[in-house]
Design a protein around this ligand. Sequence first.
Ligand code: HEC
Length: 152
Amino acid sequence: MPRILVLLPVLFFLTLTSPAPAMGPGADQRQLIEMPDRMKAHMLANMRDHLKALDEIFDALAQDRAGDAAQIAEGRLGMSSMRAHGAGHMGPFMPEAMRNFGTGMHRAASRFARAVETADIEPSAKSQRALYAAFRDITANCTGCHDAFRLH
Ligand code: HEC
């Protein structure tokens, strides 16, 4: 039997057991953020509510309830939600870039609420596109922060 065939299972075994390379597509490059466990739990609960809010916003838009959509965006994600989310307590644990994604998201959600109202008052292809763009400004902050940071 050629030597290479004898060696193949050995090479295969080595591939399976060697540790994942530090770099590469599967590697986790996100920065780990240290904060007290209770605060992490609070932040993750906020996160789950963020996603729920997006879900409820689209439900309201689909049912032609623009006022409700704007209210959910402002109250649960926008600038008005910052105090309820304890942003003041968590901010100090976040690196500046992370805080910027957070405030970016709150600001974008408030702008989105205004864009929903505008599209409702002046329905047009242009105001509709502005609404989509404003929505995307929210989610760009979600994904930007998720790509860069982790809690565990
Ligand atoms: C300031 C940074 C930041 C922003 C902005 C942000 N997130 Fe997160 N989110 C995180 C971090 C950090 C985690 C934890 C990820 C990990 O440890 O793997 C997380 C986790 C989550 C989770 C999982 C929650 C759980 O219980 O595990 C959801 C859902 C989520 N985010 C949704 C959102 C949505 C939707 C938005 C935007 C509307 C958003 N997040 C904006 C930082 C952020």
